[in-house]
Ligand binder design. Structure first.
Ligand code: AMP
Ligand code: GLY
Length: 426
């Protein structure tokens, strides 16, 4: 079967790596792809993903049997709807179902209606009532833009002044909608479920590192590193998440006439009262996919097909339980703010020569033999190990082989898991 994968990030590099391993995979096309994905398929930067008619025509011309949509933007733009309407099998939620990621307010309302544990919240379309709510609630408090913001539209305000500044800044945007919510305390973990509209099967756990600097300081980013498994999510907690969060979400979406098919990625806070939903994403995480895919021992393609065809019952996705995976994101100086493009990166092949290391590419561009930085998050240097510490050692040894003075990375990816490992806990 010929497969078209949409996207160009580190997540898509990791998905291409997993998809290309499948005996079911014929030709693999990646649109637009990045220099890393050329190892697994044919990049098609000429295909304009936002032009759904062009994507349909491409699928017809190349005999595509499955389209896998990596990022959120094409989901929210309704690419899956337009492909399915043309009889093309496409993995990912419809536009209506992708609102679980596209609108925080939509998700919060669903949580309220179906009793899904989440932070107490209120939605606002105007400045004055929002300020009054802040004054009544005090700090710490969390202020969020309603729409997609690549993980960057959130301010966890420690003080009332910070909260007010965040609210005022968001309402400078005409027509802004915001969510203000209770600040939750605990450890964060990411939980992934493959959904067929009715049922779900768990597809791994990970922990992300959202803040830009060591020690979880500085602004939020798309993610500076991750590891899998998230051992803090014990089997009992995983069952609780499936029962109290994932299952009622699928029921609610079906009851509303917008069943959810695809990857439901629950960003969780493990609070003293149990796991609570911080947010949903409706796709694999980036950089979480870069640690899930290298540990996946099952064939990904039949699982994606089963979800598209509406029946994941009886499906199981296995991960190598003896191996831990850890990825360190190398970003361009200035990220998550403005970055300069075009600096040269050397040593990627040397770093990836170790059998336990894979350097996934994201914001990169090839110019002849040279590899250039072309975005904020540029590389995700991933390693496997028999322990999290070994995976971390290998990942940072690989980072040291990469010669890119204009880049930076966090030095403490995996610190929580390693502290738990050192304490002899799970
Ligand atoms: P989001 O884009 O909703 O995932 O938020 C980005 C990050 O902000 C999360 O990963 C958390 O670290 C933090 N955050 C979001 N909502 C809350 C909350 N209610 N309480 C504490 N931290 C939060
Ligand atoms: N790593 C967070 C995300 O994919 O949104």
């Amino acid at each position: 079967m010929n497969i078209l994968l949409i996207g160009s990030g580190g997540r898509e590099h990791a998905l291409a790596y997993a998809i290309a391993k499948s005996p079911l995979c014929g030709r693999l096309f990646i649109a637009p792809g990045n220099p890393g994905t050329t190892a697994y398929g044919e990049n098609r930067p000429d295909l304009t993903v936002a032009d759904h008619a062009a994507v349909r025509a491409f699928c017809a011309a190349e005999g595509i049997g499955l389209v896998v949509v990596g990022p959120e933007a094409p989901l929210v733009a309704g690419l899956v709807d337009d492909l399915q309407a043309a009889g093309i099998r496409a993995f990912g939620p419809t536009k209506a179902a992708a609102q679980l990621e596209g609108s925080k307010g939509f998700t919060k309302d669903l949580c309220a209606e179906y009793g899904i544990p989440t932070a107490a919240f209120a939605r606002f379309r105007a400045l004055e009532p929002a300020l009054a709510y802040l004054a009544a609630r005090g700090a710490p408090i969390v202020v969020k833009a309603d729409g997609l913001a690549a993980g960057k539209g959130v301010v966890v305000a420690e003080t009332a002044e910070q909260a007010e500044a965040a609210v005022r800044a968001l309402f400078e945007e005409p027509g802004a909608e915001i969510v203000i919510e209770e600040c939750l305390f605990g450890e964060e973990a990411s939980f992934f479920a493959l959904c067929d509209g009715t049922r779900a099967v768990p597809v791994g756990t990970a922990q992300d590192h959202k803040r830009v600097f060591d020690g979880d300081r500085g602004p939020n980013t798309g993610g500076m590193g991750a590891y899998s498994p998230a051992t803090i999510l014990t089997p009992a907690l995983e069952r609780q998440v499936m029962e109290t969060i994932i299952a009622p979400t699928l029921d609610g979406m079906r009851a509303r006439g917008t069943p959810f098919t695809g990857i439901l990625y629950a960003g969780l806070m493990l609070t003293a009262e149990g796991p609570k939903l911080i947010e949903y994403n409706t796709r694999f995480g980036d950089p979480e996919a870069q640690v899930l895919m290298p540990r996946l021992t099952s064939d990904l393609v039949p699982a994606l097909l089963a979800a598209c065809d509406g029946d994941v019952s009886g499906l199981r996705l296995d991960f190598d339980e003896r191996r831990a995976a850890l990825t360190v994101v190398m970003a361009a100086a200035g990220y998550p703010g403005a970055v300069t493009r075009g600096s040269e990166i050397r040593g990627v092949a040397t770093a990836g020569a170790d059998a336990d290391v894979i350097v996934f590419q994201a914001g990169t561009r090839a110019e002849g033999e040279r590899l250039l930085a072309d975005g904020g998050r540029v590389l995700a240097v991933t390693a496997l190990g028999d322990s999290m510490r070994q995976a971390q050692d290998r990942a940072y040894a690989a980072v040291a082989r990469i010669d890119w003075p204009e880049g930076f990375c966090r030095r403490d990816i995996g610190h929580r898991a390693i502290a738990r490992e050192d304490a002899g806990g799970a």
